[in-house]
Write a protein of this length. Sequence first.
Length: 300
Amino acid sequence: MNKGTVFNIQKYSLHDGPGIRTTVFLKGCPLNCWWCHNPESKALAKQVTFTKKLCIGCESCLNRCENNAIDLSRENSIFDRGKCKRCGSCSEVCPTNAIKLLGKEMTVAEVVNEIEKDRVFYEESEGGVTFSGGEPLMQHDFLYQLLKKCKQKDLHTALDTSGFTDWHILEKAAKLTDLFLYDIKHMTNEKHLKFTGVSNAPILSNLQRLALVHSNIQIRLPIIPGINDDEENIVATGEFISAIGLRNVSILAYHHTGVDKYERIEEAYKLPNTLEPTHDEMQRIARILEAFRLIVRIGG
Ligand code: SF4
Ligand code: SF4
C-alpha cells in the first residue's frame, strides 16, 4: 500500500512526544468516543463538509458539481449524500472555504517529503515525527511503510494509538516505533463499550504484551468528567499500569475544542453539557495515580 488517506499534517507540534515534531494524522478510527475532538478523522473515506456561516451564496459550488449533489436552499447540509461522490471539486471553487474536503490521498514519498522539511527542528530539539489519527493502525500497511522510511532516514518515530487492533499488527509496528503514546479510556468493559463503541479487552491485553517487548511507552488518560474520572476507575487504571511495569502517564483534561466540527460533519455532539475539569480536579487524579509509584504529567 503505497498510498493512504491523510487528513492533516501538523507542523511544530509540542504535545505529541519529545521536542518539536510533525504530527501526521491518518484517517479512520474503529472507536467512536463521545468526547472525540477530531471527529472528522473517524471515517476512513474522504468527506466533504459545509460551514453555513462562511457561505456567501455565490453558487460556484452549484455550478461546479457534475452530480447535481448540492442544494443551497437546504437548512443544514447542502449535500445530497446519495449523489455526492466526495470528489472535492466544489471545495476547490469555494472562495470562503465554506466547503472543505477532509482527507487527501498521499503516497509514502509525499508524506515523508513533508516530514523531512523540518529535519533541522527535530535535530535541534530532539523531536521527530508522530503518527496519529483517527487510529493510525487502521491503515497499517501504509503506516508500516511510513515508519520504515522514517527509520531509514534516522527520524525519531512516535505512534499515538488506542491499541484497538490485532496483536500481530501492533507487534509489527512496535519494531519501527521509538515511542508509543498509548491511550486508556476506561477500565470497565461495559462503560468502555458504551462510551467508545468497542470493548477494552484487546486494548488492555495488547498493552500487556507490548510492555513485554517495548521499553518506551507513555500512557495517556483522557479525563472526561462524569465518565472516567471517578476514584474507582482511576485506582483500577493505576493498578493496571503499575502491575505491567509501566511508569509514565500523562493525564489529559477534557476540552471543548472540536465541538463545532460535529455540526460540519452532520453528527450530534453527545457531551454538550460536560465541563472541563478544574486544575484541582486534575491534581486529585494525579495524586491517586502517584500512589501507584507512577510518574504523572498533567498535559501531553
Ligand atoms: S464533492 Fe463532488 S460530487 Fe460532492 S457535491 Fe462536491 S462537486 Fe459534487
Ligand atoms: S461556493 Fe462556497 S460560498 Fe459559494 S455558495 Fe458554494 S458554499 Fe457558499
